[in-house]
Design a protein around this ligand. Sequence first.
Ligand code: GLC
Length: 730
Amino acid sequence: MKKIAIVCSVLLSHLIVAQVPVYKNKTAPVEKRISDLLSKMTIEEKILQLNQYTFGINNNPNNIGPEVKGLPAGIGSLIYFSADPVLRNTIQKKAMEETRLGIPILFGFDVIHGFRTVYPISIAQACSWNPELVKLNCSEAARESVLSGVDWTFSPMIDVARDPRWGRVSEGYGEDPYVNAVFGVASVKGYQGKKLSDPFSIAACLKHFVGYGMSEGGRDYRFSDVSAQSLWETYLPPYQACIDAGAATVMSGFNDISGVPATANHYTLTEILKKRWKFNGFVVSDWNAVKQLVWQGVAKDEKEAGQKAFMAGVEMDMKDNIYFEHFAALIAEKKIPMSAINDAVSRVLRVKFNLGLFDNPYTEIVEEQSRYLQARSKELATNLAEESMVLLKNKSNTLPFNSNVKKIALIGPMAKDKENIIGAWSFNGKSKDAESLFEGIQKEFKNVTINYAVGCDFDGTNESGFAEAVAKAKESDIIVLCLGEKKTWSGENASRSTIALPEIQEKLVEELKKTGKPIVLVLSNGRPLELVRLEPLVDAIVEIWQPGVAGGTPLAGILSGRINPSAKLAITFPLTTGQIPTYYSIRQSARPFDKQGDYQDISTEPLYWFGHGLSYTKYDYSPIKLSATKINKNQKIMVEVSVANTGKVDGKETVFWYVSDPVASISRPIKELKFFEKKEIKSGKKIIYTFQIEPMRDLSFTDAIGKRLFESGDFYLYVNDQKVKFEVTE
Ligand code: GLC
């Protein structure tokens, strides 16, 4: 009897499995599930998968779109402007149960620097030189996103940017391709975890592919004159690194890449991304970027725009509905082959299967107080803020405050601010969650009198607050002046013709300077600022960027000396707007002598170079040691430097390893960052930092068609203020 029972149960299980279609069989390989599902789909169902609508309260001021009430249940994706997991599950249930095949919807959102726990903006994160910490913050952001019903973030932004007039410098990792690659990879790994199907993993989205940071004149959405050489040498490397790290999706940019808009650029979207890099995820357009091809003059109407974007390699249309409205006709007119549709749908389905959405389409509902602002999230936000605030100036060791400081005049529009300090792209952040600089300083300096005055507004011409600010300053020992930008002054569609602070803020500094009191200038902003007039008036400058919800205490810790600042700039601060673009990896001038080619009216040196950042301790570098000074291209050179903390306080030092190739078949940057490493060094101790030079990786360069070239000869290695020569033969 028992045997019969076993045989029956085995037969029954096979029978059940036989009835469950392969695509619903969670034990079947993903590629088999995709092809099984594809074979069952109608053209209409396939087209729906290639569309993304918005849903929820659309609070992105740059992209006001209708809340789509009559959602087709089989829609491929939603930009989910709600944070309600129950609502998400209700919508998802429609897709799973009211459609013929039950294909889950992919819910995406802009989780750029945190979801509800908002951490420092991306440019600040890069200044921490701590990719591991950034990865942890992104994994926390992923957890909060999943619990809010979001499966996919439109992040990281890895657009190399060298024009701070462009507001979106705040959203990326600065001027260097390698730095954008390292932090982009850290973010991808943080969001996507070990496996996309892990409970708190979300899909990453690399944006804005590609060359968006070259927007002409720093004006957003514009023409970007990207040479083939610059494309391969500067703008593509971060994307290749992140694709290699397994990024699930890519977003095509708004910019026109030297005549071929990013969203209609077959060379970048298909030749490079899919054929050369073997990317098997999908590309989503930026918001309305398909429709914008008409305005950019490469499509006569929306239908042609849809065909051009799709045939270039944009699989999903964000928001503008063009694929939905025109693809049935374009397919019927044989302007879009079914093979291309099938490939595109397969890519979308692959991400959904890899995320586990077919098997676990619904969000686990946990009570709101367990979703957000957990101790771990806030601790990570605090740590990242501490490590991203840059001490730019510290004349006569004004900082940290000594015991003589009994009264602090805390002045400026940023002092009590809780709204702007969390930065742009923080739609689920709430200002009530933020700790102001005032609150942090009040907690840190319990036995010090805080004399507060707002002084002035961020802009405008109202000087009526100056008198009170001057009076508070006169009755205090030192001035902590908190200035900066509103959060809307950087981010998308936030181009500024000058990177100087508004005149009213500069006037306040001048008035306070007349008091003769030392001034510590604290800046909260989303871009490098023009400080040429302010720098001489102040004794110390702390660049805190937009630190998110946990900025007050870290700043206070730096003022008190509880925290030894360890951040360094990931983007150069030009002396004036007129110096833009100014970045460290420039090409050598044809006349690098006698100041030829320099500006006649101002210095050609920026105020603060990429890599600048002060500490409260002192680091002494030993002479660089090389394992060899002559190798062939298949060998490696181990280089090391010992760094001693000869100061009185513990610290964290980042060592930057640069190389240069002074003579090559094309001109090379005067130096290029190839590696960096941040380590803690206790006072009185020393630590060895090492780097292994691999010629094909570190000394090769790309040509204008993406071919890597290595040319033997002399090279230089730069560490701190040292420069050593070595030779590599064929
Ligand atoms: C915006 C931005 C992009 C964002 C998308 C969705 O216009 O350019 O970065 O991810 O639309 O909000």
